[in-house]
Structures are given as C-alpha cells and as structure tokens.
Design a protein around this ligand. Sequence first.
Ligand code: MN
Length: 717
Amino acid sequence: MRARGLPDSSATLPEANFLFRELSSYLKREDVSELENAYLFSQSAHSGQFRKSGEPYISHPLAVASILGKLRLDTQTLAAALLHDVMEDTHVSKAEISNRFGKSVADLVDGVSKLDKIEFQTHADAQAENFRKMLLAMARDVRVILIKLADRLHNMRTLEAMRPEKRRRIARETMEIYAPIANRLGLNNIYHELQDLSFRYLFPTRYRVLANATKAARGNRREMVTKILDTIKQRLKVAGLDAEVTGREKQLYSIYTKMVEKHLTFSEILDIYGFRVIVKDVPSCYIALGALHSLYNPIPGKFKDYIAIPKGNGYQSLHNTLWGPYGTPIEVQIRTPEMHRIAEAGVASHWLYKSTDADLNDLHMKTHQWLQSLLETLSDSTDSLEFLEHLKVDLFPGEVYVFTPQGKILALPKESTAVDFAYAVHTDIGDCCVAAKINGENAPLRTMLRSGDRVEIVTASHAKPNPAWLNYVGTGKARSHIRRFLKTMQYEESAKLGERLLNQALISLKVDPETISAAQWEKLTRESGAKSKTDLLADMGLGKHLPAVIARRLAVPGESASGPSGTGGVITILGTEGMAVQFAKCCRPIPGDSIVGFIKKDQGLVIHTHDCPAALKNRGNSENWLDVAWGKDISKQFEVSIKVMVADQRGVLARVAAAIAEAGSNIDNVAMDEDEGKGTYTTMNFMLQVRNRHHLAQVMRSLRRIPEVAKITRMKS
Ligand code: MN
C-alpha cells in the first residue's frame, strides 16, 4: 500500500481540517479534539510511509474516518479508524493506544488488525459463505466490521494504483466477502459502492460501456425526471402530505445483473425511472402510496410491502412500479425518515452519536438492541427468521471456524476440540487420531479450538478411540462414533473373555470344550434368548450369565451335572484383555500379587488382590468368584499407588522423583499431604507405573537410599 523514501509529510492535511469541521456539527468540542489527537498520533506513527498513489499514508486512515463520519458514528469508532493501521504498519503497541485513547479504542484497533491477518485465497462459492461467517464471528464488536468495511471501501476507491492482477484479486474478494457483509448489516450505500467498484475492476470493459451509456442517457432523461418529480410533489401536496421527493440513480452493477439475469436490454432497464418519497410516519406512507396510485396506474404484481414485512437486514419501505407518462415504468420507494436512516446506515445507525447517551461502551447492549429491533419488526417471513438466525450466529459466535491443512474451512460448535475436528474431517481420521498440530505446533487432542486455527491431525494405523475422549468431545458425530467403537470393542473383548470363562468352567466339569456340538450351542442360544453364540459369550464376559451355570447346561446331563465345580483350571490374566477385564481401583493388583476375580454384572471380570478389604466383604457370594492367576511374560505396565513419608526439606520431591525414574518407573500423578507430622514430615502420594511386584520392590529400594525418606507404604484401599 505504500512506498518509502518519499519526502516527509508532517503538516496536517487539508482533508483533516475539513473532516474535523464536519464532525463538529454533531460531536462535542472535546470529542473533536480527542480525534485531532488521534489524527496527529497516527500521522506521526505513519510518517515517512506513502501509499502506492504517492500520497502520505495518513490520507488513508483519514479517508476511512471520513466514511464513518458520514454514517455519524461515535468518537471511539472514529478514533479507531484513524489509528486502524498503526499496530500493523508501525511499532505502536496495543498498550500504548490503550494508554492514550482508552481500552475500547485499543480493542477496536486490535480487532481490525486481527481481521487484516486473514489471507483470503480464491475459493469456491460455498467457501465464501464460511469466510463471511468467520469474519463476522471473529469480530466480537460490530464496529470492527464497520471500520473494516470503510477501510475496504477506501482501498477499492484507490485501487487504480495497484497492479492489474492485484486489482482483480481484491475486487473479487470484495464482491464475494465484503459487499455481502455490508448488505447483511444494512449498509446500503457502502454495499452498492463496493459492488460497483468491484464490477469496475472485475469486468473493466463491460463497466466502461455501461458507464458511458448511462451518462449519455442521463442527459436525455433529465427533462422527463423533472417533469415526473414535479407532478408527484404536486399530487402529494394535494393529499395533505409534507413529503421529500428525490429521483434515484441506478447502480451500474444492478443494471448489469438485471441485463444478465432478466435478459433485458440496456434501454429497457434505463427506461425505468426511480423515485424516493420520504414522509413523516407509517400511516403517511400508505396515504402517499394511495395518492400515487391515483396519479399513475400501478403495474400488477410489483407491489412490495417491506413495512409490514421488513427485509432480513431490517430494511423497510413500500415499493411499487407504476405506469408513468408515455407508458414509462416508474419505480417508487416510500418510507419514513427513521426507515431511511436504517436503509442508509443499517446496523451502524445504532452507534449514531448521541450526546445524551453516556454509555456508548455497552456494545453488547447495542448489538442486542439492533437484534431486538429486527425481532420486533419481523413478521413470520421465514427468510427474515433465517437471516436472524445467521446474524445471531455471526455476532454472538456459537461456532468456531477452523482450517484444514488444505485451507478448507470447517464450522464446528463452540468448545469443540481437536478430536471433534478429526471426526468432522473423516470418521477414519477420528478413529485413528493420536495427536494434533494447531497452527504448526503440537497440541493435545483435548485442546479447544479457536476461530482461525489451522488444525492438522496426526494419525496412527493401530490407534483406537479412547473412552476418555468422551469427557471433552463437543460434537454429536464424534461422540456417537466413539461410543459405537467402544461398544464393538467391548463386545468382542467380552466375548473372548466369556469363552475363556466358559472353557474353564467346562474343564472343571471334566468336559472337553471341543466336544460341544453346534446343535448343543444352537439349542442353548435359543433357550437363553440370545441372538447368537457370540452374543451369549459376550453376555458371560459381561457377567450377565454365570459361566458355571451355562457350562452345566452344555455338559451332557447325567455325566457331570452334579459334579463339584471349581477344582479345574484357573483363568489366566495377561493385562491385555481390554475392557472385559478390569483391575480394581481399591487395591490395584500388579503381577506377583495373589489375586481373585469377581464377575460383576455388566462390567465383566474385576481383579482384586486376595487380601483386598473391599473384595473380602463380598466373598460370601461364591458363585461370582473365580480363580484367576497371572500369566507369564506380562509386558504391560500396571498402576500402583504408594505413600512416601519424607523429612520436609528443600528439593526432596525432586530427589524422590529422580529415584523413581532411575528405577525405570513412570509417575502418573503425585499429591502432597500437608502438615502431617507437624511440618517436620511431608507425605507424598504417588501413582506409579510398574511391571510387577519385583519392579515395585526395585522402586522402593531406590527410594530407601534417600536419607530424607522415612517410610514407604503401598496403598491397597
Ligand atoms: Mn487500512
């Protein structure tokens, strides 16, 4: 936007003086001088910088402030407009702006600077809508968008200075992103000007032809316009109305789109004359309409009552097309001054400077008022309601917009995490995700995403969904996939365990499991109401059926049905059974401990140490207890809890942790009990990972070597 090395420019620009004079018409003296300060500050920050056109850089923020001044916006917005590029282009910090001009102004400048960082590439139409939403979502304060739109408008007005390909890129972006936002927010003038300027740079030839033709036609039309204008004024006066009547110029871009979309010729469009009538209140609008109908016949099917049913962006007016003199169509818009204000300034009309309104800081209130005013004027027009829904999403963001590594945008509900993102991209990616990179940096899967994040998911082919994910996923898609996966997993693992339990029970009845025939299985499955043999086995694994009971029914009656059970083999525990086998949290058994198994309904087999007090309490119900033993060569790590009492001295935790690590164990968690032993001793509770009892003994030996360690206890409940 600028080149360096041109002559210095420290004198106040004449345009600045002009702006401050204009602003004096509606701002207080002290507000104007505050803005003069902002101007001088910005000018010195940008000194030595020039625009492509050769003008001093300050001319740009000044022009942006002027555009917003025409909308009669408040002092904070105007100050922020004057300062909107200082954070990006000079060394001024947010803190400095905050100190000099207040936090609100600094927040606005910061908001605009953040929006500037979004780099838009060319994209499909569907993406454009997401970009628009993201843009709105990222700006918490609508005034940030207003400044951004004014910034873009001035850049579009001065686009001539850019290289042709850059002109086209910026024009396309303006047409796809910024003009629709201006339209949504009801900023009609900015909307139309952005469209016309974009049109000019996107289709230079068509623009030139249309511009010349319109200019030529305007001369011929002048006489006709004056004649109709006078007739209308006269008729409204007769009807007793005090009305302001003006002729309307047509937008070049709207002429162009009508020609393309409605297949009309240029003269067919240009022969339609447009007039605007402003009267004091709503009843007068309808009286004016009636008066005009008595003057010229309305063309059937053209009447639109946007007063009764406002447009989605709050626009209100009566529209109709009449047959004018010599059969010329005349388009009229009838509205009140209030409606006119909203038509011109849209959402900005709510930040109009009011000297009595001291609390202009209350932005959410203001935004809320705008929404409220829309709500009040809304009828049941689905279009409007839909828009409102969008607007709410946009201004009170309940969604985050994030990028895939390919630059595609995904919209996710607020508080979504990397896991939600992974499932949103593809189920397979969700099922296999192990880590995430957010904006190029490693991040845990539970990281909550923010708008604008670029997210990359690291997958591993062997990886599986983790039940812990359910604690932090936000989207239904992720949740249901994880649940479904876990269910299948549990089912398969339970079935495997069920088979082992059954085989053990059969062996203890002295029945070879291999001798059970398919017919026997079929009969049993049918009788027990299970869907299949696997179902039945899974139910056993989950403790819904007792293996001993099933085994007796499968065993040939008479041969061993009355034989004693429990003398056969034991179930071998390897620690790799998955969800079907759980290690009780009360005693945390590790290989080497003597263990017992308890079949808990719906949970499968739970392993306790044989001396676990919690387990002893339930020993009476012997049918549910199984003999279990550890398998050989278990490589899995098990959690064990130990309590270490140490003399309270500096650095002792570090020495204890080092000793644990030295013994080859990992610390999952540590908690300190304060004040035990009146401050001389501290108790540390560690959750460690060990392979077996032998390994735990090594850890304890290593700990005893530390002089401060007074006592070590393994916790078993
Ligand atoms: Mn700018």
